[in-house]
Design a protein. Structure first.
Length: 278
């Protein structure tokens, strides 16, 4: 079950490289088109997908709560594609979503900023000044997306196994590098073990997705509520504020297939009012 993730900068030739690598390897390309094809099966409308796909938060609570629920749906789509194996996951924070899955080849496609601006202007028939604004905005948006959802610097080289600068390297060379790298023994020997880890990751994501969808837990990323899964055994840590929330969490877990057992270490903590208000 080979998995490749490709992170790219706008104008770096990431799009054609991903398509050519998928064609050469015979892999499924998990990009925006692939996600749109199945989005309705996960409760995602076209508008909801557009608003959540690779977007940082708007910092408006009612907007961000729904956007985060939809983002978790997108993540679940990606994970279930990944479980099938032989896929290239294009963007969407795939390298971070699959953190801990050691059989994944993490690729980043880059090029100097001015070169990317020139390429984008030529490709889209744009005024160079407008292209410069769009490329800079894209960089900021994607960096913000990775920082908010995964708390990582988008440009950190240690998050990738292979970084390809397309200033001087052709698309064909980039594709060959990717196709050769995915055959590395260090990746192929880990496939079976990592498939088990991926199944556990899907279980955790199903729980989180359903809780966000119900509006019960609106801040899993705020570290007061944790879901872990290993070999189908789920462990809950942290705290909730009501028995109703606890019941909802346990009901959600009971509705998900593949869970062997649940260890509930959650505490119930009542909201404390501010003494200055009295």
């Amino acid at each position: 079950m080979a998995i490749i993730t490709i992170s790219r900068e706008m104008g770096s030739a990431g799009i054609p490289i991903a398509h050519k690598a998928a064609d050469k390897l015979g892999y499924t390309l998990v990009d925006g088109d692939a996600i749109r094809k199945v989005a309705a099966n996960y409760g995602l409308s076209v508008e909801a997908l557009e608003n959540a796909d690779e977007k940082p938060p708007a910092f408006v609570e009612t907007v961000d709560s729904q956007t985060e629920a939809n983002f978790h749906r997108i993540q679940l789509i990606i994970l279930e594609y990944a479980l099938k194996g032989n896929v290239i996951i294009y963007g969407r924070g795939g390298q971070d979503l699959l953190k801990g899955i050691n059989s994944v080849l993490r690729v980043r496609i880059i090029a100097p900023f001015d070169e990317r601006v020139e390429r984008w202007a030529e490709r889209e028939w744009l005024d160079p000044d407008l292209a410069r604004v769009l490329v800079r905005k894209s960089d900021q948006q994607r960096a913000g997306f990775i920082k908010y959802y995964f708390d990582r610097d988008w440009n950190d080289p240690l998050a990738y196994d292979l970084i390809i600068n397309t200033l001087n390297l052709s698309e064909e060379t980039a594709v060959k590098l990717i196709c050769d790298a995915i055959k590395d023994r260090n990746l192929t020997e880990r496939k079976d073990h990592c498939k088990k880890n991926l199944k556990d990751l899907i279980i955790r994501k199903k729980i989180e997705t359903e809780l966000f969808a119900r509006g019960t837990i609106c801040g899993l990323h705020q570290y007061h509520f944790h879901v872990a899964a290993k070999d189908g055994e789920v462990t809950l840590e942290g705290y909730l504020h009501s028995r109703e929330d606890l019941k909802t969490v346990l009901d959600v877990i009971a509705s998900i297939d593949g869970i062997k057992s649940v260890t509930n270490n959650l505490e119930l903590r009542q909201y404390q009012s501010n003494p200055r208000e009295h």
